[in-house]
Design a protein around this ligand. Structure first.
Ligand SMILES: [Fe+2]
Ligand SMILES: [Fe+2]
Length: 149
């Protein structure tokens, strides 16, 4: 692997749409780091068995995503955000999908399927979600002075 490829992150924070809410922005930034660690574990697996490292990275990611969604859900509730049901429903749908993918990974150990999910489906969803629902939610929360869950 060249030095250039070594330095390449699977996702860069500068590509993630900014939201007008410091806490949400910070949670998105740390989720990018957690996703990047998963990307590194998947890369390591291509060079030799890194199943345990991937499992550990997935455990961290699942906890992070749960806390991320739960925090936004609570803040929307505190602020009386009108589109709460839609945003919460989307979090619930994606969490269920994530749990399904993790269960598949544990039974098949198919690293390509895992990589495809995270670096295509999940990443595309995340960019889309942050630039739409999170974007609008962040403005509403800031307007209402709800700064943290
Ligand atoms: Fe978010
Ligand atoms: Fe969200």
């Amino acid at each position: 692997m060249s030095d250039e490829e070594d330095d390449m992150s699977v996702i860069a924070m500068e590509d993630v749409p900014r939201v007008a809410h410091a806490h949400m922005q910070a949670v998105h930034a740390s989720e990018v780091e957690v996703l990047d660690a998963l990307g590194e574990a998947i890369d390591a697996h291509r060079a030799g068995d890194a199943t345990a490292t991937i499992d550990a990275a997935l455990g961290v990611l699942l906890e992070h995503v749960e806390a991320h969604f739960e925090g936004e859900n609570r803040m929307m509730e505190a602020a009386g955000f009108p589109a709460l049901p839609v945003h919460v429903g989307e979090h619930r749908r994606v969490l269920a999908r994530l749990q399904e993918v993790l269960a598949d990974w544990r039974s098949t150990r198919d690293v390509s399927a895992l990589a495809n999910y995270f670096f295509d489906e999940h990443m595309d969803w995340m960019m889309q979600h942050i630039s739409t629902m999170d974007f609008v939610t962040a403005q509403f929360l800031s307007m209402r002075g709800v700064t943290a869950p």
